[in-house]
Design a protein around this ligand. Structure first.
Ligand code: HOZ
Length: 426
């Protein structure tokens, strides 16, 4: 029963385009309507009708500690009492910059912004400003937020809605974005040969999380580093999803690659709106007011976001065992795969630490083309059946599910039970 959610959605559609403030939330691609959230705690969310779900959306990544973690709530409360925004520098921003640069040795300097979109958009401007080049290279199915240059062959909601680009993006700007398949180093080589002197940057999600989860092939990221370094191209890692997700630091440490610039968001804001970009000193010092490349923001380094982010990073650094999170997620994924096999379903499951995607296809998923081969109709039926049994997954085949430190062993057992029942009903 979701009477209240349905009524709210009906009203929302009269006031908000499509009834939601971010497209994937509308549940359109799974042929359903969304539940409206009343509250969340730990690993659970409750909707306006009182239904409880084990949550694997995790606000699309930020809630690695689970919802309403006491340390985070307390930090926000304390910060709010001192004022919610000043438009002037604070000690917390310095503390945040120190925490990030300590965790990411590739970042000498870092600038805070208010969203992941702002981070990637600004990093690209900086790459263009410092190289004097205009073209950028991105990978098909990667999503870096909704800035004009980046909505070309993008993942996430763009893939979910099946739109190749977006009206409103000037043709001239889209033409400056070169796209090649993810994990295809030979295609990058060819593109660099063709556009090398015009390419300002290569931007990549080191573990692609917006066409479903697609891990990098061995050597892919190292290869990118070599190609870009040789051609004077700025390498940008978009770690908005992967930053602090698999370890205290970035995916870049796991693969031993040092990008020129890194973009962060999600986890570093502890559930409040935040983003950051940073990297090599000589590039970052081109940013105003140190340099001439302009970028600014009224709510940048907002005291509530800094407080929530610092509290989250504090718990992650001092009290969290990422190996345990990894084990927990592995148990969930292994258990699900057993159930899919028993049901005779062709499924490919990808996983990096606590992120995973169940692709309804029998082939490997290594890029956007193979991700698009999935049976999205079957995914929709599976998604709805899981929801009926109290498990909330991302409502699109082209997104990543997240396990948090708050998920208990009992949550994992319950989720596997729900999966068994959901599959029986398909
Ligand atoms: N772009 C986000 C998923 N990759 C969705 C954000 C949201 O709807 O909250």
């Amino acid at each position: 029963m979701k009477t209240h959610s349905d009524a709210l959605f009906k009203k929302a559609k009269t006031l908000i385009p499509g009834g939601v403030n971010s497209p994937v939330r509308a549940f359109g691609s799974v042929g359903s309507t969304p539940f409206f959230v009343r509250k969340a705690a730990g690993s659970k969310v409750w909707d306006e009708d009182g239904n409880r779900y084990i949550d694997y959306v995790a606000s699309w990544g930020p809630m690695i500690l689970g919802h309403a973690h006491p340390a985070v709530v307390d930090a926000i409360r304390k910060a709010a009492r001192r004022g919610t925004s000043y438009g002037a520098p604070t000690a917390a921003e310095v503390e945040m910059a120190a925490a990030i640069t300590r965790a990411f040795p590739s970042m000498d300097l870092v600038r805070m912004v208010s969203s992941g979109t702002e981070a990637t958009m600004s990093a690209i401007r900086l790459a263009r400003g410092t190289t004097g080049r205009e073209k950028i290279l991105k990978f098909e199915g990667c999503y870096h937020g909704h800035a004009d240059s980046l909505l070309v062959k993008a993942g996430s909601g763009v893939a979910t809605l099946g739109i190749p680009g977006s009206p409103g993006v000037p043709k001239g700007l889209a033409e400056l974005t070169v796209t090649v398949p993810f994990n295809d180093l030979a295609a990058v080589k060819t593109a660099v040969k063709k556009h090398g002197k015009e390419l300002a940057c290569v931007i990549v999600e080191p573990a692609a999380g917006n066409m479903g989860l697609v891990p990098p092939a061995p050597g892919f990221l190292k290869g990118l580093r070599e190609l870009t370094a040789a051609a004077g191209i700025v390498l940008i890692f978009d770690e908005v999803i992967s930053g602090f997700r698999l370890r205290f630091g970035g995916f870049q440490h796991l693969v031993g690659v040092r990008p020129d610039l890194t973009c962060l968001g999600k986890i570093i804001g502890g559930g409040l709106p935040v983003g950051a970009f940073g990297g090599r000193r000589e590039i970052m010092e081109s940013l105003a007011p140190a340099g001439a490349v302009y970028q600014a923001g009224t709510l940048s380094g907002n005291p509530l976001a800094m407080a929530a982010g610092l509290a989250t990073l504090g718990v992650l650094e001092n009290e969290s065992d990422y190996r345990d999170l990894d084990r927990k997620t592995r148990r969930l994924c292994d258990g699900m795969m057993k159930l899919f096999r028993k049901k005779g379903l062709a499924v490919t499951l990808t996983r990096c630490g606590s992120m995973f995607t169940v692709f309804f296809t029998d082939g490997d998923v290594t890029d956007f083309t193979s991700a698009l081969r999935c049976d999205t109709g079957l995914f929709a039926r599976y998604f709805k059946a899981m929801l009926r049994h109290g498990v909330s997954l991302p409502p699109s085949q082209f997104e990543t599910a997240f396990v948090s430190f708050a998920h208990s062993s009992e949550d994992i057992d319950r989720t596997l039970e729900a999966c068994g029942k959901a599959l029986a009903s398909l």
